[in-house]
Design a protein around this ligand. Sequence first.
Ligand code: SF4
Length: 113
Amino acid sequence: MKMICISCPRGCEMDVVQEAGEVVVKGNACPRGEDYGRNELINPTRMVTGLVKVAGMRKPLPVKTSRPVPKGAIDAVLFSMHQMTVQLPVKIGDVIIQGVAGTGVDIVATANM
Ligand code: SF4
């Protein structure tokens, strides 16, 4: 599988294949690329950002996951964000949803309101 490492601005073009049960990464200029390629092949994850409703206000609260979540869980994470309504006040970093969608990852506020 061809992929571009996004761990730094250099953007190395890599070949990532599974050979005899081992993940082989070629084209990376540093070890971070090998980690990125292996994770992308075996368990790709992403940070998720979104908006959560605020009780009594039209303006929503911007939020994000505290860590990357498996790509397969992104829809469930977004659904949980959509279902949530928070009460003010909220500070940056406050946990809005603990262990969202069974991932063990929290949803945290990214703004003070
Ligand atoms: S492999 Fe290393 S140098 Fe290349 S893009 Fe990834 S982090 Fe940057």
